[in-house]
Design a protein around this ligand. Structure first.
Ligand SMILES: [Zn+2]
Length: 156
């Protein structure tokens, strides 16, 4: 493993630590809205499930920021069943705000070139017209999602 991989790995760990802060923030803003009419044991279980979903969403966002479509909707769909109907709008809003803050942070990192870490990047352009940020396959110019581009180039 080269020095570049180490830089990239350290950066990923750092990013994930930041993401953890964002998932805690979302959890804190909605934990008191969790269905108060369920049994105490179940309530504890609900809290754990909500925290876990927040963390999983953030981990996925940190790993794959450009390919995770509508993370706020995904998280809300995963956790809405733990909240009473009357709290759903508030939960949806808190999730949207929390995810937006995390996305803004990640975008800043990408723009600052921090996610680059000096490692090779896939040569493809995403649907949004931005350069693909993924790591190419070994000895290839494209990442797993874009490897078909390489094949078509060879075929041509
Ligand atoms: Zn790619």
């Amino acid at each position: 493993m080269g020095a570049r991989d180490t830089v990239s790995e350290e950066y990923t760990a750092q990013l994930q630590a930041c993401m953890y802060q964002y998932s805690r923030a979302i959890y804190r803003s909605i934990k008191d809205l969790i269905d108060p009419y369920v049994a105490p044991e179940l309530h504890l279980e609900y809290r754990r499930a909500v925290l876990e979903q927040c963390e999983q969403t953030m981990e996925r966002l940190a790993r794959d920021p450009l390919y995770f479509a509508k993370p706020d909707r995904a998280l809300f769909q995963d956790i809405r069943r733990y909240f009473p109907i009357t709290a759903q709008a508030e939960v949806a809003w808190a999730v949207k705000e929390g995810i937006a803050a995390a996305c803004a942070f990640i975008e800043e990192q990408i723009e600052a070139g921090a996610l680059d870490g000096g490692v090779a990047r896939c040569r493809a352009t995403t649907r949004k017209g931005k350069p693909c940020q993924r790591t190419p396959l070994p000895d290839r110019d494209y990442c797993p999602s874009h490897q078909h581009l390489e094949r078509s180039k060879v075929a041509a």
